[in-house]
Design a protein around this ligand. Structure first.
Ligand SMILES: [Zn+2]
Ligand SMILES: [Zn+2]
Length: 251
């Protein structure tokens, strides 16, 4: 299913500067939070009240008055979805679940990793709540319908075993890919993190087979660092671009 009237907000949160993306259908107010791992109170204040620091980037309203121009007087969080379960992406999910009482979606191959969020955070000096346990499964190729929003799930293991990229097929602009730590602008996610199942061959295979076939104009929202496009990364990424030495075996 194609989407239009898509409102995207990026919040760079936590000590690891992780991108949380808040996606809203401006025709209905239905909202999905992708990777709500840190600064949950900042997310909640903004989503519920337009108060506090707000997003680092947005293509939509920044007040109730502006929201009203779309015929909406509030928005409704309908689900939480995670690209993967590292603590910077998942640590404060329990706080969001308490506020919104919705389902949390995660790939089953990160179900072990999700249980480690509190302990991993502690190693970095962060106090996090007891980890949430996801109640809905993501799987490769699924068309995920959440409220009036539609997502396509691409399982892209390699940074973690259950890592996924979340694609929105947009009919009035470029498609949007929420890539977690699979693909960054000019880089890729680490494959050496503990308990994660990271593996560079797996990661590069995921990117080549699942991401490079996407429309080159697709905007990529990585879990860390600036946005980019599929076309730019496919042509120039030094680790997994089509000219990179590591990928010689695919050509
Ligand atoms: Zn990660
Ligand atoms: Zn991360």
């Amino acid at each position: 299913m194609e989407s239009s009237n898509l409102w995207i907000e990026s919040f760079v949160v936590g000590a690891l500067a992780m991108r949380c993306s808040v996606i809203t259908d401006l025709s209905t107010g239905d909202t999905v939070i992708i990777d709500g791992g840190a600064e949950a109170s900042r997310l909640i204040s903004w989503i519920n009240e337009f108060s506090g620091q707000g997003p680092d980037w947005s293509n939509g309203p920044s007040s109730f008055e502006q929201l009203g121009e779309y015929g909406l007087n509030s928005r409704t969080v309908v689900a939480l979805v995670n690209t993967h379960a590292h603590f910077d992406h998942s640590g404060e999910i329990p706080i969001l679940l308490e506020e919104y009482k919705v389902s949390w979606y995660l790939h089953k191959d990160d179900f072990y990793l999700q249980t480690l969020a509190q302990a991993s955070g502690r190693r970095w000096g962060f106090e996090l709540p007891e980890p949430a346990i996801a109640d809905e499964l993501l799987h490769d190729g699924m068309e995920l319908n959440l409220g009036s929003l539609w997502f396509k799930i691409l399982h892209t293991p390699g940074h973690t075993l259950g890592g996924c990229c979340i694609l929105v097929d947009v009919d009035d602009g470029p498609d949007q890919l929420f890539a977690g730590d699979t693909l960054f602008a000019g880089s890729v996610g680490r494959t050496d993190l503990p308990n994660s199942g990271g593996d560079f061959n797996l990661l590069s295979n995921s990117i080549v087979t699942k991401l490079w076939p996407l429309d080159p104009a697709t905007i990529v929202h990585p879990g860390h660092g600036p946005t980019t496009t599929i076309g730019v990364e496919k042509a120039t990424n030094p680790y997994v671009g089509i000219n990179s030495p590591a990928l010689g075996k695919y050509h």
